[in-house]
Design a protein around this ligand. Structure first.
Ligand SMILES: *Cc1c(COP(=O)(O)O)cnc(C)c1O
Length: 353
């Protein structure tokens, strides 16, 4: 079976973990600090704060900005994006997506009210949002920008990495472009926000037993950080392979009736966390039948996401997001991770064709 995702762990990661285990220092220490410094350099942000997951990165970011009112976000995302807004006391307002699966600037504009405090875009599937459009709205309305960069390590818009426009929230879950097992990272240029995030991550403690803020235990451990340092050294080659695999599929699927391949914005650098096609009515079978056919041929595929968040009872939102609702019935993500080779891609193409 060709899996939909596969973390790549080499001897370097194994050796780095052994070193940590032998050192006896297992949580937030010098490996975490080194990982943070290297990550800041990679993203081009002044500060990085390592945490326990992408979800806790989002929660910590929202808390550090003290957001209690409306946050405009996308309904077409992993549930942690919106859950974090609710958990920290805000209200999630969904703005519909456009053809590239990212939040639509015009739809954001329509949702801005006096109660709007922040915009929380998701660079879905590794494809950067239109950051020019978003930054214009952020500046015009004096809003806070929190970026869900959980799928977009290394992606950029007009040569500026995502996660450096606002407060970035990354995940290192094993399916992501790089992993630490579980883990997350916050990136920011704002010293005050960075300091607040550090406090929230570590039970509000400034120096030993000096508690200056309400906090959690969202720390990253040294084992994860040691893996992260090694993964970060390899990220460019991982991204290159993902892009190469994706562009190969796009080229070969161009003339297949009813299949819509992912769009790349000329101003952006897409890192293809997922390669997601749309299976439309014009194709010879429906999306679920195609998924079944792929499975019969040893190819795993996944539906990201089958239910837009505005349709969940949890969010009690009857607001319509027609694009998200339609695309959720058409999308299918295909394997393009670095372990997928040309033979695998040709098999995928053969089945689809
Ligand atoms: C993975 C992911 C998260 C959550 O990250 P975890 O590390 O699993 O907590 C949040 N948002 C998006 C868009 C994600 O893909």
């Amino acid at each position: 079976m060709i899996p939909i995702a596969k973390p790549i762990i080499g001897e370097e990661e194994i050796e780095a973990v052994k070193e940590v285990l032998k050192s006896g220092i297992l949580t937030q220490g010098k490996k975490v600090k080194e990982f943070e410094e290297r990550f800041s350099e990679f993203i081009g942000a002044k500060y990085s704060i390592a945490v326990s997951s992408g979800t806790t990165a989002l929660i910590t970011s929202l808390l550090s900005h003290n957001i209690k009112k409306e946050v405009i976000t996308t309904p077409f995302t992993f549930i942690s994006t919106a859950n974090s807004i609710i958990f920290t006391g805000g209200k999630a307002v969904f703005a519909d997506i456009n053809e590239d699966f990212n939040i639509d600037i015009e739809r954001i504009n329509e949702k801005i009210t006096k109660k709007t405090e922040a915009i929380l875009p998701v660079h879905l599937f590794g494809n950067p949002c239109d950051m020019k459009g978003i930054m214009d709205l952020v500046e015009d309305h004096n809003l806070i920008l929190i970026e869900d960069t959980c799928q977009a390590h290394g992606a950029s818009f007009e040569n500026k990495k995502v996660g450096s426009f606002g407060t970035g929230c990354f995940s290192f879950y094993p399916t992501k472009n790089i992993t630490t097992g579980e883990g997350g990272m916050i990136t920011t240029d704002d010293e005050k926000i960075a300091e607040k995030c550090r406090l929230i991550r570590n039970i509000g403690m400034k120096s030993q037993y000096e508690y200056v803020h309400l906090g959690y235990n969202f720390r990253m451990n040294e084992i994860s950080a040691a893996i992260g340092i090694e993964q970060l050294k390899k990220i460019s080659s991982f991204i290159e392979k993902r892009r190469k695999n994706s562009q190969y599929l796009t080229k070969k699927l161009k003339n297949v009736r009813g299949i819509i391949t992912p769009k790349e914005n000329k101003k952006a650098f897409h890192v293809y966390h997922q390669y997601t096609i749309r299976v439309t009515e014009e194709y010879s079978m429906n999306r679920d039948q195609l998924q079944q056919k792929l499975k019969e041929n040893g190819i795993a595929s996944k539906i990201y996401y089958p239910i837009p968040l505005n349709k969940l009872r949890l969010y009690n939102s009857n607001k319509k997001c027609p694009n998200a609702e339609r695309f959720s019935k058409e999308v299918l993500s295909l394997p393009i991770h670095p372990s997928v080779d040309e033979k695998d891609l040709n098999l995928i193409l053969k089945v689809i064709k």
